[in-house]
Design a protein around this ligand. Structure first.
Ligand code: 13P
Length: 249
């Protein structure tokens, strides 16, 4: 059972994604501003590079964060040099992992079937998968078809231990977040699509990601059908991230 899901379901989930950034020496200082703090309205988490999982697990003690991974192997175990398995993450008591981030879909040619296979490995190991979906700018006019094809393989997963993150590719790292209207439309579509498949999927949380900042975080989080945020650049500076979280009430 995932640690995050034993929290209050009404709470929003806010995850920082460090991507391939930060050095070992930056880990302890990162957590300092968050020591002995608690944020009542949000569950907080950080997706960190594999290499730093264990040191973050130690350094974050006394802060409100859960620590998770950014990816996992689609394979169970064996001769897969450089890969990390779900069982290995579970052995470090990792509670969640991103899968299918658009940077992995694009740069490493991960199909939606591979992404779903990774999510399944995580669920089998008791880890919460955060499955990322999103369309490119060219695909925006037919986002429903794109999202359907990314979400269909996910329908074979256990809805009780699943989070979806909608990250439009054109909004990632561009400083141009999706508009409130865009987000209402797309999140509404995702929730409708999941619920139409099975009522059990109606409780799956859907996060928004893409150019979330201290300025827009609060209004994005209050948007209909938004159950949390996935934040890249604005999660890197701990003082700035702390201020962003403080805007969430
Ligand atoms: P930015 O917040 O930097 O746009 O990145 C979003 C993202 O890709 C989080 O996974």
């Amino acid at each position: 059972m995932s640690l995050i899901l034993v929290g209050d379901f009404m709470k929003k989930l806010v995850i920082g994604n460090w991507k391939m950034q930060k050095l070992s020496s930056e880990i302890h200082p990162y957590f300092h501003p968050f020591m002995n703090k608690s944020f009542h309205n949000v569950d907080l988490a950080l997706a960190v590079p594999y290499l730093f999982l264990q040191s973050c697990q130690e350094a974050h003690n006394g802060t409100p964060f859960k620590i998770g991974a950014q990816d996992v192997s689609a394979h169970d175990n064996g001769a897969y040099t450089g890969e990390i398995s779900a069982a290995q993450l579970a052995s470090l008591k990792i509670s969640f992992s991103l899968v299918g981030h658009s940077e992995r879909r694009k740069n490493f040619h991960e199909s939606s079937e591979i992404v779903a296979a990774k999510a399944k490995r995580l669920q089998n190991a008791g880890i919460l998968p955060i499955v990322c979906v999103g369309e490119t700018i060219e695909e925006k006019p037919h986002f429903q078809d794109v999202l359907k094809s990314q979400l269909e393989p996910v329908l074979s997963l256990d809805p009780k231990n699943l989070v979806i993150a909608y990250e439009p590719v054109w909004a990632i790292g561009t400083g141009m977040s999706a508009s409130i209207d865009d987000i209402k439309r797309v999140h509404g579509f995702i929730k409708y699509f999941l619920k139409e498949h099975s009522y059990d999927f109606s409780s799956v949380r859907v996060l928004y990601g893409g150019s979330v900042s201290e300025k827009n975080a609060s209004s994005l989080l209050q948007c209909d059908h938004v159950d949390g945020l996935l934040i890249g650049g604005a999660s890197l500076d701990p003082v700035g991230f702390d201020k962003l979280i403080a805007t969430l009430g």
